[in-house]
Write a protein that binds this ligand. Structure first.
Ligand SMILES: [Zn+2]
Length: 250
């Protein structure tokens, strides 16, 4: 069976002498793993179009459960991300998150759109890495079955309180009145940070990137978002550790 689809390379492994095994987040068929034979040969027509984070048009051939790349032409290579070590590290981490939370073969165009738009914002320097990282993490978790409940305190139902706390393991809010002191890992949330989290999870996609938060709020949002992600997914991400190691201090 031959299929044609646009997709972005979210994982790339060397294979054989000059081959690559790639995982695509595709527009029409969700996650696809495919062999790109000869792609590591510099003269291969697949060399650049099957690179990590390249968004290409793929012609794929599936036979007896094995998918190979027949042809691919790059639509968008995100050169600005690629040539900046911090942005490339972040992009690699975002791609790794997709491979972690999105099941093979299931189609969700919103996840592809989220990744492409995040990379575009970074590439064009329209938003900083500190902004894009928590937006991507929270929205992706929301899309993939890890939606926290940020509507109100889960005990008393209050929407606003001078002291609000987030419980990363539960993905729930507690107000200061309902805190017993026995909650594990409770994180105090500044009002602006809670508003930003609600915005990221509940806004229409078209408006997702259009809020602002001062640097201190962004810093707290980054910490809370990462804690929530690690508590939910319960694993380490080498690409996240690498990102922190190369990240310029704020
Ligand atoms: Zn309460």
């Amino acid at each position: 069976m031959r299929i044609t689809t646009d997709g972005i390379v979210v994982r790339q492994k060397n294979f054989g002498e000059k081959d690559r095994l790639i995982t695509l987040l595709s527009r029409d068929h969700g996650m696809i793993t495919a062999f790109a034979n000869g792609a590591r040969s510099p003269r291969s027509p697949l060399a650049s179009s099957t690179e990590l984070l390249t968004y290409s048009n793929f012609v794929l051939f599936e036979y007896k459960g094995r998918t190979t790349v027949d042809a691919a032409s790059a639509n968008q290579v995100f050169f600005g991300v690629r040539q900046d070590v911090e942005l490339l590290a972040l992009g690699t981490y975002l791609a790794q998150l997709c491979t972690e939370v999105l099941p093979e073969g299931e189609q969700d165009p919103q996840c592809l759109r989220l990744l492409l738009n995040s990379l575009y914002m970074l590439n064009e320097k329209k938003r900083t890495a500190d902004f894009i990282k928590p937006v991507f993490e929270l929205r992706l978790l929301g899309l993939s079955g890890f939606m926290p409940d940020l509507v109100a305190c889960t005990e008393c139902g209050c929407y606003e309180h001078e002291k609000m706390f987030f419980l990363p393991a539960e993905g729930e809010l507690r107000c200061g009145d309902c805190m017993t002191g026995h909650e594990i890992g409770a994180m105090p949330l500044a009002p602006g940070v809670l508003a930003a989290m609600r915005y990221i999870l509940y806004s229409d996609f078209e408006k997702l990137f259009s809020f602002t938060l001062p640097p201190e709020g962004l810093r707290q949002l980054g910490v809370v978002s990462e804690c929530f992600l690690l508590a939910q997914l319960e694993r380490e991400f080498p690409a996240l550790n690498f990102y922190h190691s190369v990240k310029a201090p704020v």
